[in-house]
Design a protein around this ligand. Sequence first.
Ligand SMILES: [Zn+2]
Length: 60
Amino acid sequence: MQHLCEICGKAIQPGRIKALPGTKRCIDCARKQGSDYVIRRIATGMDIDTYKDLLGATRS
Ligand SMILES: [Zn+2]
């Protein structure tokens, strides 16, 4: 099943979906809109180094 961004309609990066299964935005829109990414990081208890790795991995 493909996850599409609710804002721009592009496919959401697989690494992002793995980390944030409920996300509805791609990384670019999440950055522009803020919020859900940061909140979910705290909710899942992901440590900050892992989080930064994920950001690096999904940036292409
Ligand atoms: Zn998007």
